[in-house]
Design a protein around this ligand. Sequence first.
Ligand SMILES: Nc1ncnc2c1ncn2[C@@H]1O[C@H](COP(=O)(O)OP(=O)(O)O)[C@@H](O)[C@H]1O
Ligand SMILES: [Mg+2]
Length: 303
Amino acid sequence: MKPTIWVEKYRPKSIAEVIFQDERQRKQFEAYVAACDIPNLFLSGVQGTGKTTISKALIRDLGVDRADVLRINCSDEKIDALRSKVSGFAMTMPMGKFKVVQLEEIDYLSLDGQALLRSLIEDSSSSCRFIATCNYENKVIPPLKSRFQQFFFRAPDKEKIAERMVEILESEKVDFDAGYLLTYIDVGYPDIRKTIQLLQGNIGSGKLLNPSQVSNSTADWKFGLLDSISSGDFKKARKLVCESATREEHEDVFRFLYDNIDKLKVKDKDAAILVIADFLYKHTIVADTEINVAACFISLGKS
Ligand SMILES: Nc1ncnc2c1ncn2[C@@H]1O[C@H](COP(=O)(O)OP(=O)(O)O)[C@@H](O)[C@H]1O
Ligand SMILES: [Mg+2]
């Protein structure tokens, strides 16, 4: 059966299909494939930008046998299980040149787990390559990171995302208005996974729905936020964020405002950036992040 989840259906199978923000990264990965070998790799950065995709694509492009791949999700692994899984896997001979251990969400590993992993990597370096992915590289201890070649993933260009989304919509035979599509991209940005999910979730009778009509029903406050900041209604924006965004999402609000600075209806964009930066800084030290976000909108309204 064909997969119906677009995120999986359109996951790039090889490095050649991946969207890169930095083409030098593509060249580097292609060079590994050409050399038929990889160092231990550490892929970190924004979620939904292709880290897991690249680790899978590399394994495929390198032609690594299925039996030579061990995938571990570090967020649900106990330390003893980690030890026995990795050392058991590394003990037997690889079918091919080397084995690959995929370490997903390595930033969730406890400090003890990280220390253990460091020694496991050392012990199995002759037969195993490790590919680690995570969102927050600063949660990983330097002595562990230094065992890897690091790659940092930034948000890709909106134009490149737009091209890919057009390909997806066309191959799904969905009619769409280009302006609507750009709004979905703005809302999902920089997370490509989320953008694809938003598109798939907002189709009615073969058409991409008008995002201003889905804003209330699909509970994605970013649609409403984009609407209100573009019209300069910062009071509405403030109410919306305070009512709908979770505490974990407050930090996203600043990045979202910054990413959409062109649309922000303010007299002085430079001053607005200073306001956003100032409140983002305060975000890390205040006790109540909601009040801080609210204050940011009030300041923007006056700038
Ligand atoms: N760089 C990219 N190029 C093409 N598609 C991407 C890219 N990044 C993410 N996607 C899409 O989003 C989905 C999730 O990407 P994934 O690699 O799992 O993200 P993460 O960086 O969080 O590991 C993929 O299945 C694919 O459909
Ligand atoms: Mg991932």
